[in-house]
Design a protein. Structure first.
Length: 301
């Protein structure tokens, strides 16, 4: 490991943090160390990094704000890429907005509202980055990224920089082309509409208040653990199966929102995985419905 880290440090690829604990970067506050975290701060550095990793055949993955992600207790072998400050830039041009892949999705929605632009109100309660939101086709309150997305500059695992339009992205429920074609969103562009600032602010306040009252935001968690099955809600199924409050080690099914698993203090990734398996098996047995995880497990098993 030391050899390839030393080799990468000789290149213009950004800051390199060896043996970086991933629990610092996940909303669950869970995760062992990555061999190295690298933080590129320009598109040039990102391109150079991906090409170097490809040439050296070093495995890599990306992380934004660490929501929707469960990292192994053993950590991650290879490189974790976390986009630097320069990728947090947000620019408005009329009703169009361009945001870096590392920009906060919530911050983007707040800024759009202050500009009197509607279309991003749903993002007021969606944690994570713009890049993660595009990757997941994040959504809430009857809307999602696909409805406002125009295009994105994406660095593919081949080291190419491409621009994909909405038609290219193959958006569907919590899915985009990036689930099948690996790449990193460096920058994304959205098209919004002019609206009433007061109405936008009121809608966002309602969404935030609802989220505060119905989700366990005071405890480390990762948002919804399972996708909603067609015509139903995962939370309703889990609650009706009597699983609220069920725990394994420090991982517990939230008593406030049944589709959240919270870290009560010392939860491990294995605790969370075991609890997820209990939930899946119970729902399959009682309702003949196979719940599909919305969170991703990454790292060494």
């Amino acid at each position: 490991m030391q050899q390839w880290i030393s080799k990468l440090s000789e290149q213009e690829v950004g800051a390199i943090l060896p043996n970086e604990p991933m629990s610092k970067y996940t909303t669950w506050k869970i995760g062992g160390p990555a061999d190295a975290m690298i933080v590129p701060d320009t598109k040039a550095q990102l391109l150079s990094l991906i090409r170097q990793l490809r040439e050296e055949q070093i495995p890599w993955m990306t992380i934004g704000k660490g929501s929707n992600m469960l990292v192994s207790d053993k950590g991650i072998r290879g490189v974790v890429i976390r986009l630097g400050k320069a990728f947090e830039d947000i620019r408005f041009d009329g009703s169009a907005v361009t945001a870096g892949g590392a920009a906060s999705f919530v911050r983007l929605s707040v800024m759009a509202g202050k500009q009197g632009l509607t279309g991003l109100e749903f993002a007021a309660g969606v944690p994570g980055t713009v890049g993660g939101a595009v990757y997941m086709n994040a959504g809430a309150h009857g809307s999602d990224v696909s409805r406002i997305f125009k295009s994105a500059d994406i660095v593919l695992e081949t080291g190419e920089l491409v621009t994909y339009t909405s038609e290219d992205m193959d958006f569907s429920y919590r899915h985009s082309l990036l689930h099948d074609q690996r790449g990193i969103v460096a920058e994304a562009r959205f098209v919004l509409s002019e609206g009433d600032r007061l109405e936008i602010a009121a809608a966002m306040a309602t969404y935030k208040d609802r989220r505060r009252k119905t989700q366990p935001l005071q405890q480390p968690c990762a948002g919804s653990v399972f996708r909603n099955p067609p015509g139903d809600y995962a939370a309703r199924l889990i609650e009706s199966a009597g699983l609220k409050g069920r725990s394994v080690g420090g991982a517990e099914v939230s008593t406030l929102h049944a589709n959240f698993i919270v870290n009560t203090g010392q939860a491990t990734a294995e605790n969370v995985l075991e609890l997820m398996e209990i939930i899946k098996a119970t729902i399959l047995s009682e309702y003949d419905i196979a719940l599909v995880p919305e969170v991703f497990f990454v790292g060494e098993r």
